[in-house]
Design a protein around this ligand. Structure first.
Ligand SMILES: [Zn+2]
Length: 310
């Protein structure tokens, strides 16, 4: 999160390099999108004189989805195929527009890049070989739209934007680090997960966000509670899941304009002096990478896509 100006922006020159490499990836064959689900619901709506949705067993869903040729015809044989899932790991901010500055004067972009690289390595090691790292250049806001264009051009199945949290400037306190005046806030800590209701695959985005929050929690991490607090002012957000730490943030460009399920992870606070040290450590980065990978594995399972969390 960056509270100092235009949040979550991206550039111009990246598109030439990034779009072709991402667009070269092959199409996914399993259905995790809302489009398939909405087709099923439409066919069973009352105006089509079909049974109510609540009365349907999973089997009709599976048959209809299989009929759409986006799932294997034998649902028992449907299992996660990591090699077919195309994931875009978006590195929040740019080298030119670095996002928040940590308590020890390290740019958020540096944290985002290191963590995202680690997540990509972990996902690829576990078979998600079509995972792509998206690094953009240039000024903040234009880069946001280039980022979105790259993800959409790649026809990705899942978009995950990696960020590190801070606090509004009004909450920052001064201290000295390495002889330089620096700013911190130890008041809040923890990860948080954001989704936009404006994303066309909102329900699927929310399901992945819940999985991600659940896995982060399972790794022993806690989520940031401050986004519902009055002290956050205009930066308050609706908490959609109080168990997993998923918040609603409709306005985020990279979540509302991407066509695939899209989620933004604030991995931890770099304004918090203790948590900043933890976020710098390979151990914490590995823990988060494992959490993301476990969530992606559950997301990849078509049974989960059809039936909801098992
Ligand atoms: Zn950020």
């Amino acid at each position: 999160m960056f509270f100092g100006g235009t949040p979550f922006a991206a550039p111009a020159t990246w598109a030439r390099a990034v779009i072709p490499s991402i667009a070269a990836v092959l199409l996914l064959s399993i259905a995790t999108g809302d489009a398939a689900s909405s087709r099923v619901i439409a066919r069973h709506s009352p105006k089509h004189h079909a049974p109510r949705l609540a009365a349907l067993t999973p089997e009709p869903f599976i048959r209809e989805l299989a009929a759409s040729k986006r799932l294997p015809s034998n649902p028992s044989a449907a299992s996660c195929n990591p090699s077919k899932l195309r994931i875009v790991l978006d590195v929040g901010h740019t080298a030119e527009s670095e996002g928040a500055i940590s308590a020890r004067n390290v740019a958020e972009f540096v944290f985002n890049l290191h963590l995202a690289q680690r997540i990509v390595e972990k996902l690829k090691a576990d078979g998600f070989v079509r995972t792509r790292l998206l690094v953009t250049e240039g000024k903040s806001r234009p880069s946001l739209f280039k980022r979105v264009a790259a993800a959409n051009a790649s026809d990705a199945d899942l978009f995950l934007s990696i960020h590190h949290d801070s606090v509004p400037n009004s909450m920052l306190e001064e201290w000295e680090f390495n002889g330089k005046k620096s700013h911190f806030s130890d008041r809040f800590s923890g990860y948080s997960v954001f989704v936009s209701h404006d994303n066309p695959k909102f329900q699927t985005s929310l399901r992945f966000a819940d999985l991600l929050g659940k896995e982060m929690k399972a790794e022993g991490l806690h989520y940031a509670r401050q986004y519902t607090m009055a002290v956050m002012g205009k930066n308050r957000h609706e908490l959609l899941n109080e168990e997993t730490g998923v918040y609603r943030y409709d306005e985020l460009v990279v979540l509302r304009q991407t066509r695939m399920p899209a989620v933004l992870l604030e991995a931890g606070s770099i304004s918090n002096r203790d948590e900043e040290v933890e976020m710098m450590s390979p151990e914490r980065q590995d823990i988060i990478a494992s959490g993301v990978t476990e969530a992606v594995k559950e997301f990849c399972d078509p049974r989960w896509a059809i039936l909801g969390p098992l």
